[in-house]
Ligand binder design. Structure first.
Ligand SMILES: [Zn+2]
Length: 206
């Protein structure tokens, strides 16, 4: 049995608050999508489902962390947007949750081998409760993917790479032209730039 956090479902290691990207001035939310895909490593910020595990089209939403109903002025604020699977976005709805980029971190959320999550901070526990992270369906889903990745790692290296790597169509952020960008340096640390410079050599996103 493993004693380390399962590779497939490991929450980020540090606060994501210092976002790499800062586009602004777009008049529609969908223009932020390529930036958010890169910012959140092509995974749902809440449940960690990866683009590579599904069909992607229609499966990922741009979620307003602070619901637009409460803060209409933040509807086009990049820092108020997170990359979320459709199911998690539905579950969250208009409810207020702690900022996942600050509280859904490996230091605060433990993924147990039985598929459950537990939180070591009040915010993480509240997030787990609000998001229904320990519902029977989600626990079963988590167990399924932990086993798939584990089995692939041992027996099917090709499928393992395909499930753990970044998607083929990594957005080329340097080609985009947002009206402004408060963190232009982040483009050099985007997945596209890192692949071009050869620093994504093993290709895994963990
Ligand atoms: Zn999700």
């Amino acid at each position: 049995m493993r004693s380390v956090p399962p590779l497939a479902l490991k929450y980020p290691g540090g606060p994501l608050l210092r976002r790499r990207h800062g586009p602004s001035g777009y008049s529609d939310v969908q223009s932020f999508r390529p930036w958010l895909r890169d910012e959140f490593s092509f995974r749902c910020v809440y449940c960690l489902v990866r683009e590579q595990w599904g069909k992607r089209l229609g499966e990922f939403d741009l979620d307003h962390f602070e619901p637009v109903a409460n803060s209409p002025e933040a509807s086009l604020d990049y820092d108020n947007l997170v990359y979320s699977c459709h199911a998690c976005n539905l579950r969250k709805g208009q409810r207020q949750v702690p900022d996942p980029t600050q509280h859904f971190l490996v230091s605060a959320v433990r993924v147990h081998l039985d598929g459950r999550l537990s939180g070591s901070t009040d915010e993480a526990r509240r997030m787990i409760a609000v998001m229904g992270s320990n519902s029977a369906n989600l626990v079963r889903w988590r167990l399924t993917w932990m086993r798939i990745i584990d089995i692939c790692q041992k027996n099917d290296p090709e499928l393992f790479v395909s499930l753990m790597t970044y998607p083929d169509d990594i957005p080329e952020l340097s080609a985009l032209t947002p009206p402004s960008n408060s963190r232009p340096d982040g483009i050099d640390r985007s997945y596209y730039a890192r692949r071009a410079s050869g620093t994504l050599s093993n290709g895994f996103i963990v």
